[in-house]
Design a protein around this ligand. Structure first.
Ligand code: 13P
Length: 251
């Protein structure tokens, strides 16, 4: 049994006060972490405050980090600092970072290794553009992303990893992939993991869906055979909505 994981990706939203108020609102109401992993990925400057206030059932993630320990990289965040302040997850290779900040399959792979080196759990994002979806090249495109991102990792690491399938055309657009479509692509991703590693590893790795997930569609998505959770942007910003999402995962 794969434990569901619901992660809010707050992107570049929320002030410190807003973020702390959110955590205060949800902390006592979250379901047990033995049933579902609830994670909030916030902007770097407030991660320490969030970790300090995370209750038993909430965990904190970063949205990006560098693949080197330290150096002359103005504006970047080191995993050493993330580990030091108690951050446990890090989103790697989000399509917005691939599109706007030159994130490549190669840098994504280095970042996944770097996260594991310091004990953080990577939430590794893959996903196709509308053009790729419409020309029916989704599976081959995603296969390349997954193979490149997982280069050099061992089975124990793959079992710890969280993959997130986020079709770019469904992000922030209100267009969700149908549950069947999302499940079919996630199955194809699991197949890639099976080919690269083995059956047990493929059955263990958790794969989230992301792209316009909301309280109204989460139950259907999570009812599918291969969808193990969600990576949620807009609908994770409101405490009541985030609680609905995590509660759907324990039904
Ligand atoms: P939305 O849920 O706002 O579509 O964002 C999805 C996403 O990019 C999560 O990482």
């Amino acid at each position: 049994m794969r434990k569901p994981i619901i992660a809010g990706n707050w992107k570049m939203f929320k002030t410190r006060d807003e973020a702390l108020q959110f955590v205060y609102n949800i902390n006592m109401k979250l379901p047990s972490k033995s049933l579902v992993e609830s994670v909030i990925c916030a902007q770097a400057p407030i991660l320490r405050d969030l970790v300090k206030r995370q209750g038993d059932n909430l965990r904190v993630g970063a949205q990006n980090m560098h693949y080197l320990d330290s150096g002359a990289y103005t504006g970047e965040v080191s995993v050493l600092l993330l580990e030091d302040i108690g951050v446990e997850y890090v989103v790697i290779g989000h399509s917005e970072r691939r599109a706007y900040y030159n994130e490549t399959d190669s840098s994504v792979n280095k970042k996944v290794h770097q996260a594991f080196r310091y004990g953080l759990t990577p939430i590794l994002c893959v996903g196709e553009s509308l053009e790729i979806r419409e020309t029916e090249k989704t599976n081959e495109f995603i296969k390349v992303q997954v193979v490149n991102a997982l280069k050099g990792l061992g089975t124990e690491q793959i079992k710890e990893l969280v993959l997130a399938y986020e079709p770019i055309w469904a992000i922030g657009t209100g267009k969700t992939a149908t549950a069947e479509m999302a499940n079919d692509t996630i199955k194809a991703i699991r197949e890639v993991v099976r080919d690269l590693f083995d059956e047990e590893t493929a059955e263990s790795v958790r794969i989230q869906y992301g792209g316009s997930v909301k309280p109204a569609n989460i139950e259907e998505l999570l009812s599918m055979s291969d969808i193990d959770g969600a990576l949620v942007g807009g609908a994770s910003l409101d405490p009541a909505s985030f609680l609905e999402l995590v509660n759907a995962a324990v039904k």
